[in-house]
Design a protein around this ligand. Structure first.
Ligand code: DAH
Length: 343
């Protein structure tokens, strides 16, 4: 077979191969096999030395022509296959921007925590500090320094989880009063603090009792503090939490750590100058009073110089009143259907 014929045959075979492949890898194989150093075209060109001088340029030109033609065909096919591959990839990775997105629900603070934070912000704004104390507490701080010695009958009001005879789960946040007063340097000025936290009592859980609940203790100690300061402070707090139109009322009560002691009610309906007293519905929200001299003395504060007021309120009760929740256990069951209502 003449060289021309061989080249023509080669051209036909390779073009068929190129046209029928649909893989880039395969196409690359064809290219290497055809145009590579060991390929048929190089071989033909190597055979040139055996042909006559007149024929040589003609065959040479023809071989180059075929090589260029095959090169072009390979390039063209390569571009075509790459394009196909790209389109396939684009189709596979297509995003439908009109589909509705995935809805991520951001978390939020627990409703009790929200009430506590609201109170904290309010008291911080009035210059109070926020103090903390341990939940596993000494009998000394929880009771004795709160003017409740071992045999005091009022201990019965707070049925206690004892860990040892001297260590207990605190039944109230009042011990933080003693802990903070002990450390306070009164030459630097008044002590104004609140202390929010968990407290524990051996109560049987029902709609209004939980063996674990929250309190926010408040304490102000300075020279010349009066009951009017207490009333003014609590009125502000009640109005901030429940609304401007609410009033408070103090009723005489008893707590071992305050003298005199009061229970504080908030008006449940709006009150203005035209409201008749008998139309006001009062709800008890907290205990308070003027700090007992014994409490001051035991914490190393001179009751002849200093005095002040204290109060203890229940954020659980505030939340129940504010949102009309009729069972305290809802706050502790962690049912998101309930909790997510308070965003
Ligand atoms: N610790 C009291 C209780 O748990 C609440 C209380 C009442 C705290 C009067 C006070 C207060 O600081 O002055 O029942």
């Amino acid at each position: 077979m003449s060289l021309q014929d061989r080249l023509n045959e080669l051209k036909a075979t390779v073009l068929t191969q190129i046209n029928t492949t649909d893989h880039l890898d395969h196409l690359n194989e064809i290219r290497v096999n055809t145009l590579g150093k060991k390929g048929p075209i190089t071989e033909v060109l190597r055979g040139m030395k055996d042909i006559s001088a007149e024929e040589r340029p003609v065959i040479g030109a023809f071989a180059n022509e075929i090589r260029d033609l095959l090169k072009d065909a390979l390039e063209l096919k390569k571009a075509e296959l790459e394009n196909l591959a790209l389109n396939a990839q684009l189709a596979a990775e297509k995003i439908d921007v009109s589909l509705p997105g995935t809805d991520f629900e951001p978390g939020h603070a627990h409703v009790i925590q929200q009430i506590i934070e609201q109170l904290e912000n309010q008291f911080l704004g009035m210059g109070y500090q926020i103090a903390e104390g341990p939940e596993v507490e000494e009998d000394k701080y929880n009771f004795e320094m709160m003017n409740l010695p071992k045999d005091h009958p009022a201990r019965d009001m707070q049925d206690t989880f004892y860990i040892t005879p001297e260590i207990l789960m605190r039944t109230q946040t009042s011990p933080v009063q003693a802990r903070t007063m002990e450390k306070h340097d009164f030459t630097q000025g008044a002590l104004k603090m609140i202390s929010p936290g968990r407290v524990y009592r051996r109560d049987t859980d029902d709609a209004t009792h939980s063996h674990q609940f929250h309190q926010v203790e408040g304490l102000v100690i300075d020279k010349h503090i009066t009951m009017a300061d207490l009333k003014g402070t609590l009125l502000k707090v009640a109005q901030e939490l429940f609304g401007e139109k609410h009033q408070i009322r103090l009723r005489p009560s008893y707590f071992p750590f305050t003298e005199p002691s009061v229970e504080v009610d908030v008006s449940w309906n709006d009150v203005d100058e035209n409201t008749k007293p008998e139309d006001i519905e009062w709800i008890e929200v907290l205990g308070a009073g003027m700090v007992h001299p014994n409490v001051l003395k035991m914490a190393g504060v001179d009751p002849e110089v200093y005095g002040g007021f204290a109060f203890g309120l229940g954020p659980d009760r505030f939340a129940m009143l504010k949102y009309g929740v009729d069972d305290i256990r809802n706050f502790y069951l962690n049912d998101v259907r309930f909790l997510s209502q308070f965003k």
